[in-house]
Ligand binder design. Structure first.
Ligand code: SF4
Ligand code: SF4
Length: 234
C-alpha cells in the first residue's frame, strides 16, 4: 500500500512517531502473563507485524533486525496472508531482547491501537484491537497513554490516511466491524479522541459519552492484578 511513499520517507515517519506509549516499559506489565516472558506484541505467536512495501525496503537497507515472517502451520500461514492488505509484508524481528528502537515498524509503534473512523469516514481518534483485550496490559490501563503518544499517533495517521485510500478503506471497514461486534455484545467502544479526552461510543447511534479512563473495564489477568497491585504496580 502507500504506493506513493518512498523508502527514504520511512525515516521521517519513524522520527515523527517515536514517543513511548507510556512513561515506563509496558512490556514489563504483560510479559509475565505470556510464555517465556515475552511481551505479547513482540511474539509472533500472538501478533505478526506488517509493513508497507516502502517501509520494508527501508528496513532491509538499514538494519538486520527483520526477516520475512513464515510459519510451519500451513493453515495459520494462509489465514494470516489472507487477512493482510495487498501490498503489505508480514515480518518478524530477532526478538524482544534484540529490539532496535529506531527500527521498530509503524505497526509496532501503533500497537495495540488503530485509527477509529466513524460511519462518515472521519478519523476521530484511537481505539484498540479488541482481540487483545485479555493480553495487552495497556488496553486495561488506557489512562497511562501519554498525550505526546496520542498526538503523534493522530498526526501520523492523518498523513497515512490522506495519502493512501486503501488504508482509509481498511480502517473504515475495521471500525465498522468493531461497531457490529460491540453492538452484538451490548458493549460500548472505548475511544481515545483526538481532542485529548476519552469517550465511550454507543455502537448503534455512534453517540460519544465522556468517561474517566480509570473507570473503563479491565480484562483477563489484569482484572485480578488491579485488585491486588504489587508495590511497583501502583
Ligand atoms: S503494548 Fe500491550 S502487549 Fe505490547 S508490550 Fe505494552 S502491554 Fe504488552
Ligand atoms: S521490533 Fe521491537 S517492538 Fe517490534 S516486535 Fe520486535 S521487539 Fe517488539
Amino acid at each position: 500500500m502507500i504506493s506513493n511513499l518512498h523508502p527514504d520517507e520511512t525515516k521521517t515517519f519513524y522520527e515523527s512517531f517515536d514517543a513511548p506509549i507510556a512513561a515506563f516499559d509496558c512490556g514489563r506489565k504483560c510479559a509475565p502473563y505470556n510464555e517465556r516472558g515475552v511481551p505479547f506484541c513482540c511474539d509472533t505467536r500472538h501478533a505478526v507485524p506488517t509493513v508497507y512495501q516502502a517501509e520494508w525496503d527501508y528496513l532491509l537497507a538499514n538494519t538486520d533486525l527483520w526477516h520475512l515472517w513464515d510459519a510451519q502451520d500451513i493453515e495459520v500461514k494462509a489465514r494470516l496472508r489472507e487477512k493482510t492488505p495487498d501490498g503489505m509484508v508480514l515480518i518478524e524481528c530477532l526478538g524482544h531482547q534484540h529490539c532496535q528502537r529506531d527500527y521498530r515498524s509503524i505497526t509496532c509503534r501503533a500497537f495495540p491501537f488503530f485509527p477509529y473512523l466513524n460511519s462518515a469516514g472521519e478519523f476521530v481518534g484511537l481505539t484498540y484491537y479488541w482481540e487483545y483485550e485479555e493480553r495487552c496490559w495497556v488496553i486495561s490501563n488506557l489512562g497511562v497513554v501519554t498525550p505526546e503518544y496520542r498526538l503523534q499517533f493522530v498526526e501520523i495517521y492523518d498523513t497515512l490516511l490522506d495519502r493512501e485510500a486503501g488504508e482509509l478503506m481498511n480502517f473504515g471497514y475495521h471500525s465498522q466491524v468493531m461497531r457490529q461486534v460491540f453492538a452484538e455484545r451490548k458493549r460500548e467502544i472505548p475511544l481515545m479522541h483526538r481532542d485529548g479526552e476519552v469517550y465511550k461510543i454507543t455502537p448503534d447511534d455512534e453517540r460519544l459519552h465522556l468517561v474517566n479512563p480509570e473507570d473503563l473495564p479491565k480484562f483477563g489477568p489484569y482484572q485480578i492484578a488491579a485488585l491486588m497491585p504489587f508495590p511497583d504496580e501502583q
